[in-house]
Design a protein around this ligand. Structure first.
Ligand SMILES: NC(=O)c1ccc[n+]([C@@H]2O[C@H](COP(=O)([O-])OP(=O)(O)OC[C@H]3O[C@@H](n4cnc5c(N)ncnc54)[C@H](O)[C@@H]3O)[C@@H](O)[C@H]2O)c1
Length: 486
């Protein structure tokens, strides 16, 4: 996919990083002097975060074609995301220029935070292919994208935009009725106005108001929205009781939803307050900290299968499937050894000695074992049938250290297999020099998970594993094996 990015500020860069990490090519433009260099440097800053999220096989931060006009993006891209400044005066002529230059089948999406698409469509020759795709910062991590059609937007355009965003591992939320500010910003603005009032009235400063969220409600919001949370707040009787109990309080004049005047004094308080909170940390430092905790929160949510965590696990499964070797077919020659898995040493694999930590050797070897499974036809659908391999013994020889970011390759030998056992020997090497840095020997037992006992491997994978074992029978062992099939 050639993904077009028009406007490479904060949001356009975020789109570029998301598309590049998906393994797509980015065609970008921005009229500001030096934008090309700034885009590449911003992509480099964000890359460690998406690497932690997991990269698709062709992901490459350099696959950016920076062109000199929006029309040039229109000519070359298969989907175009406009992220220019938030004014109709800039966006309308820009969208018209993209429209005039591109194939009418190509969807043009605008990142606008609140301009209604019906307003943006005016003057376009093919207004039916204009849709709003409103993302959230950082665009390369947060899955939400609000999809909003205008009066003239066609249903196939909405469907195509949702498909592309889904393909980018996002959560496209269709805003069924076109309104100013869409959904999320309407909710956020209610709180934002209240913050400005509380600061303007001298009730609390910016740090205190942020504490009021991060130490409490903010933690809940990552996994459940306000409505479900309040349903729980009503106890056994749920939302009905919640409304009976706290409904009357809504009549009290707690909130002041009308915006306060944005006086110089208020601007000064907000700016000084947040500068004090930043305590000397630069925007880049803060962005890295934000990305890092967002990743941890998403990983934590993945374990519960909810919210952004669910999207993350789906992404990981898709990356695994996209990078997986094609399964062996009967009669095919088997490489000896198998070289199915490559990885890089992740920053959180590093221990206090500055080297890849012990558990990460096991983690990487586990991924290499998964690659052998896939090659043998053992994948999600096989496991859905209630059968899987369990590791019963592992023996690791740590031969050399590995440093952060080092590229590693795995050579795997199937030492033996029988009806229900599999004996593997992985050699982990530095990709650059081929030097062996560890050997990992594993014994696995095939299990019927419903019956909770060892069981024969199904015929297809059994034939694949037997073929690999036969092809590897004459390979010299990379190290002395401690285990064996007796
Ligand atoms: N910042 C956010 O949190 C956020 C979140 C969601 C959506 N948005 C929306 O994304 C859009 C961009 O916001 P941003 O925060 O990235 O702004 P930004 O100021 O960081 O970037 C805008 C970029 O557009 C470029 N530009 C100016 N005129 C242009 C033109 N004619 N053609 C192409 N590029 C042009 C500028 O040089 C700049 O690099 C806005 O519509 C905004 O509402 C912003």
């Amino acid at each position: 996919m050639r993904f077009g990015v028009v406007g490479t500020g904060v949001v356009g860069t975020g789109w570029a990083v998301r598309a590049l990490s998906r393994g797509w090519e980015v065609i970008a433009t921005d009229p500001s002097p030096g934008a090309d260099v700034r885009l590449r440097s911003a992509v480099a800053n964000a890359w460690p975060a998406v690497r932690k999220l997991g990269l698709y096989p062709d992901a490459d931060p350099d696959r950016i074609d920076f062109v000199t006009s929006a029309a040039a993006v229109g000519e070359a891209a298969e989907f175009i995301q406009e992220s220019a400044p938030e004014t109709l005066e800039i966006k309308r002529p820009l969208l018209q220029a993209i429209d005039a230059a591109s194939d009418p089948e190509v969807v043009i999406a605008s990142s606008t935070s609140g301009l209604r698409p019906s307003l943006l469509q005016e003057g376009m020759g093919n207004p039916e292919r204009l849709v709003v795709g409103h993302p959230f910062n950082p665009v390369y991590l947060l899955p939400l994208v609000e999809v909003v059609g205008g009066n003239l937007t066609s249903l196939p355009t909405i469907a195509a935009a949702k498909e592309v965003y889904g393909n980018l591992d996002m959560y496209p939320l269709l805003v069924r009725n076109e309104i100013d500010g869409f959904l999320a910003d309407r909710l956020l603005e209610a709180q934002w106005r209240e913050i400005l009032h509380l600061v303007a009235d001298g009730i609390a400063n910016t740090a205190e108001l942020d504490d009021a969220i991060t130490y409490g409600p903010g933690l809940r919001w990552a996994g459940m929205g306000t409505n479900l949370i309040y349903h729980l707040a009503g106890g056994e009787a749920g939302m009905r009781h919640m409304l009976e109990q706290f409904g009357p309080a809504l009549e009290w004049p707690w909130t002041k939803l009308v915006a306060p005047p944005l006086t110089e004094e208020l601007i000064e308080r907000m700016t000084a307050g947040t500068e004090a909170q930043a305590a000397g940390r630069s925007i880049v430092d803060l962005e890295q900290q934000r990305d890092s905790y967002l990743l941890s929160v998403m990983r934590a949510l993945a374990a519960h299968g909810i919210g952004a965590g669910l999207v993350l696990s789906q992404r990981e499964a898709r990356i695994l499937a996209a990078s997986a070797p094609a399964p062996w077919l009967p009669g095919q020659a088997v490489p000896a050894p198998l070289e199915l898995y490559r990885c890089r040493v992740e920053p959180d694999w590093i221990d206090y000695n500055g080297h890849m930590t012990e558990s990460a050797y096991l983690l990487a070897a586990g991924n290499a074992t998964d690659a052998v499974f896939r090659y043998s036809g053992i994948d999600e659908s096989y496991r859905a049938g209630g059968k899987s391999f369990f590791t019963v013994e592992t023996h690791i020889k740590f031969l050399r250290e590995a440093a952060v970011d080092e590229a590693l390759t795995f050579a795997t030998q199937v030492v033996g297999t029988d009806v229900q056992r599999l004996h593997l020997l992985h050699t982990m090497r530095r990709a650059e020099t081929g030097e062996a840095i560890a050997t990992i020997e594993q014994m696995l037992i095939h299990v019927d998970m419903t019956a909770s006992r060892a069981a024969p491997v199904e015929s297809g994978p059994a034939a694949a594993l037997a073929a690999v074992a036969a092809a590897h029978a004459s390979l010299p062992l990379a190290t002395d094996c401690r285990m064996g099939l007796r």
